[in-house]
Design a protein around this ligand. Sequence first.
Ligand SMILES: [Zn+2]
Ligand SMILES: [Zn+2]
Ligand SMILES: [Zn+2]
Length: 156
Amino acid sequence: MALMTLCKDCGAKIPYRTTRCKECTSKREEQLKDNTKRYNSDRYIRDKANEDKIRMFYVSNEWKKKRQEIVRRDSNHCIICKALCRYEPSNDVHHIVPLLKDFSKRLDNDNLISLCSYHHKQVHLNNIDNKNKLNKYINQLINSDKFVKKLLKIEN
Ligand SMILES: [Zn+2]
Ligand SMILES: [Zn+2]
Ligand SMILES: [Zn+2]
């Protein structure tokens, strides 16, 4: 007689070294699938709630006020262009740590910078989502620009 063992869920006799009978295995697979589905839909609802919160924030008066304050602080210049000794007007005020990552930094002056459209796009394309990455990025640009390097050396 072949070695037998018992199904973990219903106790039916099953071949040795298996854990569940066929029925319980497919029941369990269904359950896991349902759990994943439920998890994904919960996450979807959570993400959607966050997105709504962020959308509401961007049309709020506190943001409009803060935005103007940052533009004024940066003299309406893109801070990356400025580091490269170019003076481009800023078009956007950008959150260094994105709101989806940390909503509590939404009005934090330290987390806000003025950028031209070009650099704003680059920062997002390069996934620069904290200060370290931003500084690294700016230093790379300075180092790859011989003219700016020379200019900064003279000024120092
Ligand atoms: Zn079973
Ligand atoms: Zn720029
Ligand atoms: Zn941005």
